[in-house]
Design a protein around this ligand. Structure first.
Ligand SMILES: Cc1cc2nc3c(=O)[nH]c(=O)nc-3n(C[C@H](O)[C@H](O)[C@H](O)COP(=O)(O)OP(=O)(O)OC[C@H]3O[C@@H](n4cnc5c(N)ncnc54)[C@H](O)[C@@H]3O)c2cc1C
Length: 488
């Protein structure tokens, strides 16, 4: 039986997959494509995460698509506004009709003889397995598992009399009004949740093993507000977007080059927002350098307000065991709790867990190198969308989509059927794909392809530089092997 064939198969209908569909339509109008989505809804991250207060922690002027500018002056917005924005974009650009829901891609086999991928798909609705073929595979699957979050082993879980919830699976009907809540964790999710929970809970305790860097930024961008009044949107938006790209980069670069200076600056800013006598050094002075791990953003310092008002507090200690009433800590104290929230992170997974093979040989992702942050060495006709760790995801993902379109158009013009990045030099020093030391990154990074130490095998965490290099880079690159038909 003939299998359905599309020119490009996009996997995932989150921010990246919707953006990829829009870009393909704009720049490669002749290409047929479909979007396969494992879940029953679009939006990915912004549909899955429903915990109280869920919001962006990068500004919307850079998190939005450049072809659909964010209007308004609010830079940090709640998750439902982001989801609405994604749904509207998909609707306006006709991407909704291209999405097949409940289609989980489990494997993709490349055949050089046929110059195409055969993709194995599990249909969630019926449980059946179907196969499609495509000329180019574009994975927009994010970077973490949807079916599981990370929860460390907590001794005594069975004893605890209250409820335990992971933010990735927030129950809609949970009632925490007036209750004692302990949030375990110190990352972006914990600092987002705590002020939101503190509005209704009896008290919220942030229980962290070690602190993270936290920076307060205005939820409303004053410059966006001003420019929005004096300039037309089409002029104001690129200025604000570029200003925010540069600002995020400046904070990152200053942190990398002058870590001691950045640490002092952040400490001074924090101390000003916290009540007199607050032990800043124990609770907000991390062991690592600024930007060794993602920096947490709190809009308008809402976390510090909750602490100053006494609605939230911070405990820095290790958990010995859970008890009937709460958590026994290493220093001897017991924290009583009705609800424990394990904001302990994500489980990272490369390319949505899709098993890849090329000419019947499994691809060993951990041994592969990433070309221009979007293709995998020795894997033909495939790209993946990945954002930055220090700036808005969309900046990186959209740049990749642009480049994929350029590549596809180039292949059509030259009559190429395949494009394969090849290792330039086996001795090339390979480094991890993400240079963060966060637990969730370290736990999984070996399963991701590596990057090299120089262009085009390096993906810098610098959007301005990547933009220049990707836009200038010729598609015909010695690191890419093109062939007119299969059998490379
Ligand atoms: C709580 C939270 C807050 C965040 N805040 C920010 C922020 O403020 N700024 C920022 O830049 N980034 C943020 N991020 C990172 C965030 O993931 C990106 O902003 C962005 O949403 C990633 O989009 P994506 O489409 O690449 O991946 P996702 O949003 O993860 O979407 C991937 C989609 O692919 C589907 N999929 C996965 N595997 C398969 C498969 N095998 N077959 C079929 N479908 C599959 C999934 O079901 C999902 O719909 C945040 C992440 C989290 C968890």
């Amino acid at each position: 039986m003939a299998r359905e064939h599309v020119d490009v198969l996009i996997v995932g209908a989150g921010l990246s997959g919707i953006g990829a569909g829009c870009r393909l339509q704009q720049r490669c109008p002749g290409k047929s494509f479909a979007v396969l989505e494992a879940r029953g809804a679009i939006g990915g991250t912004w549909d899955l995460f429903r915990f109280p207060g869920v919001r962006s922690d990068s500004d919307m002027f850079t998190l939005c698509y450049p072809f659909r500018p964010w209007s308004g002056s609010r830079a940090i917005v709640d998750g439902s506004s982001i989801l609405d924005y994604l749904r509207q974009t998909a609707r306006e650009h006709g991407i909704e009709q291209k999405i097949r829901f409940h289609h989980r891609v489990v494997g993709a086999e490349w055949s050089s003889g046929d110059a195409r991928w055969t993709v194995e798909v599990e249909r969630g609705a019926t449980g059946e397995t179907v196969h499609l073929t495509c000329g180019f595979l574009f994975t927009c699957t994010g970077y973490y598992r949807y079916d599981e979050g990370h929860t460390p082993d907590l001794e005594g879980v069975e004893r605890f009399g209250g409820e335990i919830v992971h933010p990735q699976f927030w129950p809609e009907d949970i009632d925490y009004g007036g209750k004692r809540v302990v949030v375990i964790g110190s990352g972006a999710t914990a600092v987002t949740l705590i002020p939101a929970l503190a509005r209704r809970a009896g008290h919220v305790t942030m229980l962290q093993r070690s602190p993270s860097y936290i920076i307060a930024l205005p939820a409303i961008d004053p410059i966006a507000g001003l420019l929005g009044h004096i300039l037309p949107k089409r002029l104001a938006y690129p200025i604000v977007r570029w200003k925010n790209v540069q600002l995020a980069l400046a904070i990152y670069n200053f942190s990398r080059r002058r870590p001691a200076g950045m640490r002092r600056l952040l400490r001074r800013l924090l101390a000003r927002r916290l009540p007199p006598g607050f032990d800043v050094d124990t609770h907000f002075n991390p062991r690592y350098e600024p930007w060794d791990q993602r920096m947490c953003i709190v809009p308008d310092g809402d976390l510090f307000d909750a602490i100053s008002d006494g609605r939230a507090s911070v405990v820095t200690d290790r958990i010995e065991t859970l008890t009937e009433r709460g958590l026994a800590l290493a220093a001897g104290a017991e924290l009583e709790a009705d609800l424990i929230v394990t904001a302990t992170g994500l489980e990272m997974v490369p390319f949505g867990g899709i098993r890849l093979s090329v000419d019947e040989r499994d691809v060993d992702l951990g041994a592969a190198l990433v070309y221009r942050g979007m293709q995998i060495s020795d894997v033909p006709n495939m790209a993946f969308a990945f954002g930055y760790t220090n700036q808005s995801w969309t900046l990186g993902a959209d740049l990749t989509c642009e480049h994929v379109c350029k590549l596809l158009n180039h292949m059509d013009r030259r009559g190429y059927a395949t494009c394969t990045p090849r290792h330039p030099d086996p001795a090339l020093a390979a480094v991890p794909f993400a240079d963060l030391t966060s637990g969730y990154v370290l736990r999984a990074i070996d399963r991701f392809p590596k990057q090299g130490s120089e262009d085009p095998w390096q993906r810098e965490q610098n959007h301005a530089r990547n933009l220049r290099s990707m836009r200038k880079a010729p598609i015909e690159d010695p690191a890419l092997e093109f062939a007119a038909s299969g059998g490379v």
